[in-house]
Design a protein around this ligand. Structure first.
Ligand SMILES: O=C(O)c1ccc[n+]([C@@H]2O[C@H](COP(=O)([O-])O)[C@@H](O)[C@H]2O)c1
Ligand SMILES: Cc1cc2nc[nH]c2cc1C
Length: 344
């Protein structure tokens, strides 16, 4: 397996040209706030002052987690496959929001503990029917982790558009994500763990203890790929692979909540330049997400109290990407509209 090479988007000449294009629009300097930074970032990713959004797509990766045996989720494991059925039936929140914003949606079985059989609309990339319980043994073998990454890379390579959002479904995956966060940021487990789908405060404490014992057990594991294999999930590793390939192909990466950002944490340890390509859709209500975003130096676009996953934050932020592109392409300049510029 080869990790894609990702170059930084920094380019002084283009950066100055984008600043000029943005500042010449008929508005007080800087008055479109974060949309201006977003437009500039999209221009740098696309290596152009002629911005576009073509065929945006969201990839939703589903996988199950052996660590659910430790009683770390408020919902049973079967919800993972049941929600995959719901995605296929167009009944989930992500179906509604993706459709509302004319965004393609692809559902991937990365490792669900259920036999779906051949199904329209489901991409079968099942590595295994769920990971092992990382409280007892590594969640994946190194080979399984590499396979997941490779499937993710191939999926991203096959996308026609220039914006790709990431989403996931997997009961137990906030436990995996919190463990990854702890290992990859060195923040204490207590600052990484949260309620997930809705644990009580005792439930959160139990989840914290399970993670603390597991990181103690696997204390010698430190290299990013080994951390991903030991504590991650098939959907998390596949997302990380897809993110790396999408950045290599100079697509804009739309980052959703806590679990998606944990996949990015792993990807960014392998290729730090990937962060140039990432738009952070929102700050999730999952305790720990804000700290994860701070660690990455990320400024999320939205704060809506979401804690759903599925890529819903990305789908909801997509209109803001369109707004950023459209203001650069369609607004008049001071010159074209004969509006007077700043006098002091
Ligand atoms: O995206 C988030 O920030 C987020 C926060 C909390 C929960 N989730 C979703 O809830 C599931 C994992 O929660 P849990 O409690 O089973 O670990 C998984 O399917 C995620 O998509 C997602
Ligand atoms: C119903 C349900 C839907 C979800 N979507 C993403 N994670 C989820 C978890 C649950 C429990």
């Amino acid at each position: 397996m080869t990790i894609p090479a990702i170059t930084s988007t920094s380019n002084e000449t283009l950066s100055a040209a984008l600043d000029r294009a943005i500042n010449n629009k008929t508005k007080p300097l800087g008055s479109l706030g974060m949309l201006e930074a977003l437009a500039k970032q999209i221009g740098l990713v696309q290596n152009s002052t002629a911005l576009s959004i073509t065929e945006p797509a969201i990839l939703v990766f589903a996988g199950d987690h052996g660590v659910v045996a430790e009683g770390i989720s408020a919902y049973p494991q079967d919800v993972t496959w049941q929600m995959v059925e719901n995605f296929l039936a167009q009944g989930a929140a992500i179906n509604v929001f993706a459709k509302q914003n004319q965004c393609a949606l692809h559902v991937i079985d990365a490792g669900v503990n259920h036999e779906f059989g051949p199904r329209d609309g489901l991409l079968n990339r099942k590595v295994a029917p769920g990971t092992r319980n990382f409280a007892q043994e590594p969640a994946m073998t190194a080979q399984q982790c590499a396979t997941a990454l490779e499937h993710g890379m191939a999926l991203a390579a096959g996308l026609p558009g220039n914006v790709v959002g990431f989403g996931e479904m997997g009961i137990g995956n906030t436990t995996a994500a919190a463990a990854l966060m702890h290992k990859l940021t060195s923040l204490p487990v207590a600052q990484c763990v949260g309620a997930g789908t809705g644990l009580s405060s005792e439930g959160i404490l139990h989840k914290q203890r399970v993670i603390e014992a597991a990181v103690e057990k696997h204390a010698s594991v430190t290299a990013p790929l080994d951390v991903l294999a030991t504590f991650g999930g098939f959907e998390i590793a596949m997302m990380a692979g897809a993110m790396l390939k999408a950045a290599e192909r100079r697509k804009v990466l739309l980052i959703d909540g806590f679990i998606v950002t944990s996949a990015l944490l792993a990807a960014a340890k392998l290729q730090p330049n990937i962060l140039d390509y990432c738009v952070f859709a929102h700050c999730s209500d999952e305790s720990g997400h804000r700290r994860m975003l701070d660690y990455l130096g990320a400024r999320p676009l939205l704060q809506l109290g979401l804690r759903l996953g599925e890529g819903t934050g990305g789908a909801l932020a997509l209109p803001l990407l369109h707004a950023a592109v459209n203001f650069v392409n369609q607004m008049a300049t001071f010159e074209s509209a004969q509006v007077s510029e700043k006098s002091e």
